[in-house]
Design a protein around this ligand. Sequence first.
Ligand code: SF4
Length: 392
Amino acid sequence: MIPALSPHAPALREAARREPLGLYLHVPFCRDRCTYCSFVTTRDELLKAAVLGQLRRQLLDWGQLLGRPAVDTLYLGGGTPSLLSARDLAELTGAAAEAFDLATLEEATLEANPGTLDPAWLEQALHLGWDRISLGVQTLDDALLGRLGRIHDGRTALEALAWARAAGFTRVSADLMVGIPGQDLGRVLADAGTLVRAGANHLSIYLLDLDKACPLRSQVDTGKLVLPSEDEVADVFEALQEELPRLGLQPYEISNYAAPGQASRHNNRYWERRPYLGLGPSAASQLGDWRWTESGVIPAWIEDRGSAEVQELDPAEALAEIPLLGLRMHRGVDWEALRARGRDRNLEPLVDGWEAQLAPFLQHGLLLREGPVLRFTPRGMLLSNGVLQIFV
Ligand code: SF4
């Protein structure tokens, strides 16, 4: 356990008893590093046994420390979890089931790179209880996939989706990216349609975000590649807002669209500020009043000697997170409940201040008040970053 958390073990245990947790496991391996990626991941296969051993140990340690609490959503992310052998996946799944109570599990999601899948692996994953798969497609344009350093082409991505459906996955998500240098923005709409018709019932649509250290960033900085303009990008997101409901997918969060009943329950918990435990290098957790992030240095994390960041949220920070995260969701935030909570914690002036700052956005139609609920309008969703700054 992270030393700074040791004194709080009883409080963490109590928090884990109050409601089921989300459990996130980070698998930090990729076959190749994409040119835009800044996630904690490695190509070093030699680390695999040690990482998986440490993940299993941590599962058992945390399960014991928290009193084998109930987990209702499970998420295997990365990195590339689909690089795990079927046997490694079975061992990891078994350790999670031993350490935590999965009797009320509602959802178990696997992230997968389409370039690493095969039908037998998918059938095995489904058999182990993984019932939702999230495919990192990004685009179906082969030239752009090459630019992004992805290890698959568009045909492979569609084949992986077809295999997932054929294996029996009824919940299939695909990631799409907007803002890739050279991207024909109309192509994003076409790709979304192709993926939905091929069986995806959830789409996560992200703006390309280039970290300072990634190779694509230096190509942009040196002028070799040019990013689409903010206006072009905004036009695509606006067009997606119109097009995706026609395809049967409704928005439920700024970046996420789902067919009825297909919203990600695990991801919803982040925006609802429900508790989660993240294990693996760079994995984040929030339980009770504490939030922490494991070391992102893989060898140090394996040996339990990496420095983790631990933060105890004060009441004002915790209150600000309710609108900061909750307004991302299409259904918005119960502002009256937030106000009552602020009153209970002597934070009414803080809420008053937010209301004053939000008033112009309400007047200009970016926000909408419906009874007790405050939420973004579709146009507000496109400009949400500026509004959400109020709560940072
Ligand atoms: S597959 Fe995902 S985690 Fe791996 S390098 Fe590419 S973007 Fe990063």
